[in-house]
Design a protein around this ligand. Structure first.
Ligand code: A3P
Length: 305
């Protein structure tokens, strides 16, 4: 099948991930200085990780440095998923694991877990950490997901038909879905507490990367100086370091293995907006549009592709 999913607190989670999600909910102790990068799978997670990692650490690791950690370490290693708690053992052993790369003063984590399922300590405490959510238009997200499924395990030799995955996707039966509920949870939180939750869109980042990276740095409390903004300055270097072409061609991303034992290169496919046009029939595209229009109705959340 698509993946072995089970329903937990109203969302679809991979069954083998459930124990880790529950442990995360119970045991994670955030610091106010932590930063959490939230996404749905195939929304540009690894891109956001790279950009934020490079931005937050730019004094310790200048983005043009030949020794920059992103040149030799997968962004999935630098910014671990909170819901892989059990794989990492504890967050203390996690800190040992990449202590060389992360600053304890601004620990970076990522998650696919829906807002509703985040522990209260992350959501409502006065000292809760900041959250950045990166959202992608559903049609590209779907196509990316379908490709991703077919690069794993037995699906490589036995690819899943597009129609079958579409059916499940539109029913909401997809990792950390229903996807609309995942998006809307973070969307509403960003409207209610804009100083705590920043909502970004993949398409907007692609279109105006400099503008949105500046917004991001301001939100994170480390705005760029005028000098850093200059042509050829730090912002340009961060954008180059985290660009699709550059990342895709790094040896670590071409030949490495991620903490979840996937080949790193499956995280870099095309990196474009609108690739759904090469995969979906008009009726498939309409179907996704219809489902999301209905679910997003009245929320103010619209998609740009
Ligand atoms: P495509 O399959 O459409 O190419 P995630 O990191 O959440 O798993 O998302 C993977 C998607 O983001 C893939 O989309 C991948 O190619 C794209 N991606 C990876 N790195 C990127 C980058 N630096 N800039 C833009 N897109 C990127």
């Amino acid at each position: 099948g698509l993946a072995d999913l089970c329903q937990y607190q109203g969302f679809w989670c991979a069954s083998d991930r459930l124990g880790s999600i529950v442990t995360f909910q119970k045991e994670f102790k955030p610091l106010e200085t932590d930063l959490i990068l939230a996404t749905l799978p195939k929304s540009g997670t690894i891109w956001l990780k790279s950009m934020v990692y490079a931005t937050v650490n730019r004094v310790r690791f200048p983005p043009a440095s030949e020794k920059h950690p992103l040149l030799t370490t997968s962004a999935h290693d630098l910014v671990p998923f909170l819901e892989y708690y059990l794989e990492y053992g504890t967050y203390n052993s996690f800190s040992n694991f990449n202590a060389n790369f992360q600053s304890p003063k601004s620990r970076l984590f990522s998650t696919h877990v829906p807002y509703a399922l985040l522990p209260e300590s992350v959501k409502n405490a006065t000292n809760s950490p900041k959250i950045v959510y990166l959202c992608r238009n559903p049609k590209d997200n779907f196509v990316s997901l379908w490709h991703f499924f077919n690069k794993r395990g037995s699906n490589i030799t036995n690819p899943l038909p597009l129609e079958k995955v579409l059916e499940l996707y539109c029913r909401g039966e997809s990792w950390y879905g229903p996807l609309w509920d995942n998006m809307l949870g973070y969307w509403k939180a960003s409207l209610e507490t804009p100083s705590k939750v920043l909502f970004l869109k993949y398409e907007e980042l692609k279109k105006e990367p400099k503008f949105h990276l500046k917004r991001l740095a301001e939100f994170l409390g480390c705005p760029f100086s005028l000098e850093e903004e200059e042509n050829g300055g730090t912002i340009d270097e961060i954008l180059r370091l985290s660009s699709f072409e550059f990342m895709k061609n790094l040896d670590v991303n071409k030949n490495g293995i991620t903490p979840l034992k996937f080949r790193s290169n499956i995280y870099f496919r095309k990196g474009e907006v609108g690739d759904w046009k090469n995969h979906l029939t008009a009726s498939m595209a309409e179907r996704i549009d219809r489902v999301f229009e209905e679910k997003m109705h009245g929320s103010g959340l619209l998609f740009d592709a």
